[in-house]
Design a protein around this ligand. Structure first.
Ligand SMILES: Nc1ncnc2c1ncn2[C@@H]1O[C@H](COP(=O)(O)OP(=O)(O)OP(=O)(O)O)[C@@H](O)[C@H]1O
Length: 871
């Protein structure tokens, strides 16, 4: 091996471009490094020919993250080779989605001019950043989940006060709020599950994107570490700049109309968010909808534990959508409806009027079967016009998108015609679909071919007869193709060789071919171009002339088609806001028609919603379990709480008898009643709840290093500190994570506190039968049990909730069924006998009151305190 060669293979591959001498780099790499300097925190994908390539450290990163092969390229004569990893341009969306899902920001630097033109002028093709993809700013269909919003959030914190703005760039929704108590900010973020959260910071690594779990001193403890955070400069978050940006963007002179003039922190967050959208979307500005201000107090508060414990959007066991509440309720036909229902279940209402509007629409759709079915079959044909209009508005929609949107616009008037028979609020909202939307849809559908290609620059998009220039070029092309077909015939005759053919390949373009054996017969105007084993290929000047004409015509055709398409897209884009407004009404009616469908097929009833504290459920069922175990198997159970009925129910029963199921069923019935839905019961009267709390069997929170018991105590403390008389509190075991006596004592004290100090509606499921004693002391406490039937050799679960406390827990029996060795079982029985005989707790001894200030129950009567220890 020569020494020069040896040196070359030995040279190190350059991966660091931060301190590189740019003058030594070849021009393309110089430009790459310049762009990279502007986006140091993003992975830079740089268009080179048919590929998007990454160089230096980014090449190493994407090779590792995407499991691609990393190679190298010569970076400059004196420098050597730089690391390189590339992806084909047509796979850009797939690969960049994977990177964004992993929490990276991706900057796309694409060619912005025809590379042939640059080549002709002997200069480098111009490239510019076309888009900065971050988890919260995605708009491409392939990168988003159809039935889930992709929220970008921004927060501004001042002491205990905070402002939050969030937007889904793909649908244009844009909201802001302001509140105090940092705990409620955490709850709101957990509800939204934003893909990215913007934080103004004085950080040196401004614009850095912190991936989930990454630590930074700028991230406060109360910010959940499961999200991506972007640290941003504080400037756009200042009140002056943010207000100005909002006024300019929405073309208003004051923020009064958007309802946010009085919430400066909300305004600052919204302004900072807008600036980020401008900064990331570059060439593809997405119009957001007008900012809407909301208040946390407008909705039922569900904390993170409760959403998890009630399995609202996913199950606890394996985090699946299947078997969640949303799964059981979602009969929507459109992706927009799916997203809306998700929002509703995560944000139930507390306003009776709002609930009544939804209920009355469901009622009408339950009663009018044909209207419901017609609406649903029409909805099935409507695409995601909310997101499609966004892509049309930002100029990123392709012909298929535009066609889907236009076809849906035509269907809107049919939908409106069906809804016009209805009189309830949500049906009325569909009465007046602007007729010009249908006309616009028809206008586009008449012009686009039925099945257009995805690529926009290769023609085949616009129908014949739409544009005379287009028709004329197509005719010319047709004539030229005919000429080629004729050429075969005329040349066969002229040359006297029967199997002369006209062919085409990418290297030579059109050619005439004939067998080699007949080569001597080739006329003088044939110029030999290629010799194959059995074939000679020729060109003629006449053929080349035609070829030039054909290729030019094809180019003209493609660019004219693109221009016509872009014009159509712009025309529709002008109506993007109107389409988005109507899409909201469509989504809501989709949700309500789906809920009506469930109400009919699952026999739900319309709950009467009242003020006060009453919960009355007759023959209620668990909406998910009843669908999972099959029709007729679920045992319905009733409940009456609040007002003249007990506030706190102590629920006992053996393992697996159905305590948790009953408890959750009541929480879920209350929750779905507050989204305006019918509920799984034969009759229900429910007062509006302000919060639902749940505490369900703890699991170790290994991530935060907290023990089972500490998690349990934290959650319990949160409930006791925040519950009100209008809250619904569901406790599934408290105190099991510690020693029996400690556990029982805590459970007792908690139950007593809830019944007397808070007087919220509580169901307390427990294996501590001693708690049944409370009912004999406090007038607002009652005992319920889930019954079982004891047979000679087994227990039959009746799943029936009846008055009274359970007398036995059958825990040892459960152990026997689970296969504990017989000797262990019999020993356990022996020990239990001893404990029951001697323990004062087990005997439930009651003693006198030992408290200086006696507690009062809700009727103002002093409460006798239980002393479980004998003097
Ligand atoms: N009302 C019901 N009708 C029919 N099946 C039911 C009913 N309630 C519960 N079940 C079934 O019984 C199973 C056990 O119920 P659940 O988990 O509520 O028991 P549990 O009393 O809370 O048990 P543990 O004390 O061990 O936590 C459920 O998975 C469900 O399939």
């Amino acid at each position: 091996m020569s020494s020069e060669k040896h040196n070359q293979t030995d040279r190190k591959i350059i991966t660091d471009c931060t301190n590189i001498d740019k003058s030594k780099l070849s021009p393309m790499y110089q430009h790459y490094v310049e762009v990279k300097e502007q986006y140091p925190n993003a992975l830079l994908l740089y268009r080179v020919g048919d590929f998007f390539e990454c160089f230096f450290q980014d090449a190493v990163t994407i090779a590792r993250e995407l499991e691609l092969v990393q190679t190298s390229k010569e970076g400059g004569k004196e420098l050597g080779r730089v690391a390189m990893t590339g992806v084909p341009h047509h796979a850009l969306e797939r690969y960049s989605t994977m990177l964004v899902e992993k929490g990276f920001a991706v900057a796309i630097c694409d060619q912005v001019e025809d590379s042939q033109q640059a080549a002709a002028e002997k200069r480098m093709v111009r490239r510019e950043i076309q888009k900065l993809l971050t988890p919260g700013t995605l708009t491409d269909d392939g990168m988003l989940q159809a039935r889930k919003n992709n929220f970008l959030a921004a927060i501004v914190i001042a002491g205990e006060h905070w402002g939050l703005a969030y937007a889904d760039i793909s649908t244009g929704e844009f909201f802001t709020t302001q509140s105090s108590e940092l705990n409620s900010l955490t709850l709101e973020l957990l509800r939204l599950q934003p893909s990215e959260v913007l934080i103004p910071a004085n950080a040196p690594d401004i614009n850095g994107l912190l991936r989930p779990g990454e630590k930074s001193e700028y991230l406060a403890d109360y910010l959940p570490d499961s999200f991506c955070y972007s640290l941003r400069s504080q400037q756009p978050f200042t009140l002056t700049e943010a207000s100005q940006r909002l006024r300019d963007t929405f073309n208003v002179s004051s923020l009064e109309g958007m309802g946010c003039a009085h919430i400066p922190l909300g305004v600052r967050a919204a302004g900072g968010l807008l600036e980020y959208v401008e900064d990331t979307q570059k060439a593809y500005q997405v119009p957001l909808q007008a900012l809407r201000t909301y208040s946390l107090a407008d909705y039922l508060v569900l904390d993170h534990q409760t959403r998890r414990n009630l399995e609202i959007t996913q199950t606890i066991r394996d985090n699946t959508f299947h078997s969640s509440l949303l799964w059981a309720l979602d009969r929507t036909m459109t992706a927009m409806g799916g997203r809306t229902l998700r929002r509703w279940v995560l944000q139930p209402l507390i306003d009776i009027k709002g609930i009544a509007a939804r209920q009355s629409t469901i009622k009408e759709l339950v009663e009018n079967t044909s209207m419901r079915q017609d609406l649903r079959s029409m909805l099935r044909k409507i695409y995601d016009i909310e997101r499609l209009s966004g892509r049309v508005g930002s100029g990123t929609a392709n012909a298929r998108d535009l066609l889907a949107l236009s076809e849906s616009l035509i269907k809107l008037s049919d939908l409106s015609a069906i809804a016009s028979f209805g009189s309830s609020p949500y049906l009325k909202a569909l009465h007046n679909v602007p007729p010009e939307l249908e006309e616009l849809g028809a206008y586009v559908v008449e012009r686009l071919v039925d099945a257009p290609p995805i690529l926009l620059k290769e023609g085949g998009i616009i129908k014949d007869g739409v544009d005379s220039r287009l028709d004329e070029i197509r005719q010319r092309l047709e004539d030229d193709k005919q000429w080629l077909t004729n050429l075969e015939v005329t040349e066969r005759e002229r040359v006297g060789v029967a199997n002369i053919k006209v062919g085409y390949n990418k290297t030579f373009g059109y050619y005439i071919s004939m067998p080699r054996s007949k080569a001597s017969q080739a006329p003088d105007n044939y110029q030999r171009k290629q010799t194959l084993t059995n074939e000679e290929r020729y060109i003629t000047s006449e053929l080349k002339e035609r070829e030039t004409r054909i290729l030019t015509a094809k180019d003209d055709l493609s660019s004219l088609e693109y221009d016509i398409f872009a014009e159509l897209r712009n025309t529709v884009a002008e109506k993007a806001q109107e389409i988005r407004t109507i899409s909201k009404a469509v989504a809501a009616i989709d949700v309500l028609a789906g809920l009506a469908e469930i109400a009919v097929y699952q026999n739900y009833c319309c709950p009467e919603m009242v003020e006060g504290r009453e919960i009355k459920i007759v023959e209620g069922r668990h909406p998910v379990v009843e669908q999972s175990i099959g029709e007729g198997f679920f045992v319905p159970n009733s409940a009456q709480m609040g007002e003249d009925n007990p506030d706190l129910i102590v629920l006992t029963g053996p393992n697996a008898s159905g305590k948790s199921c009953y408890l959750r069923q009541i929480g879920l019935i209350q929750l779905i009643a507050q989204i305006g839905s019918y509920v799984p019961a034969t009759e229900a009267r429910l007062a509006i709840c302000d919060r639902i709390f749940t505490r369900v069997g703890a699991v170790d929170d290994l991530a935060t290093g907290q023990s089972t018991f500490m998690v349990e105590m934290n959650e319990t403390a949160n409930i006791l500190n925040h519950a009100t008389p209008k809250s619904l509190i569901l406790l599934d075991e408290i105190g099991r994570g510690t020693a029996t006596f400690d556990g029982l004592s805590i459970a007792w004290a908690v139950a007593e506190y809830l019944a007397t100090d808070i007087q919220g509606r509580t169901i307390f499921a427990t294996h501590y039968h001693e708690l049944n004693e409370l009912a004999s002391i406090l007038s607002n406490v009652a005992n319920y049990q889930v019954t079982v039937k004891e047979m000679a050799d087994k227990i039959i679960f009746l799943h029936q909730v009846t008055a009274g406390g359970a007398s036995k827990s059958y825990g040892i029996e459960a152990g026997r069924l689970a296969g504990l060795p017989p000797s262990v079982i019999s020993r356990a029985r022996q020990v239990m006998g001893q404990i029951e005989k001697h323990s004062k707790i087990a005997l439930g001894l009651r003693k006198g009151i030992q408290q200086t200030q006696p507690k009062k129950d809700k009727d103002g009567k002093a409460i006798e305190q239980l002393d479980i220890f004998e003097d």
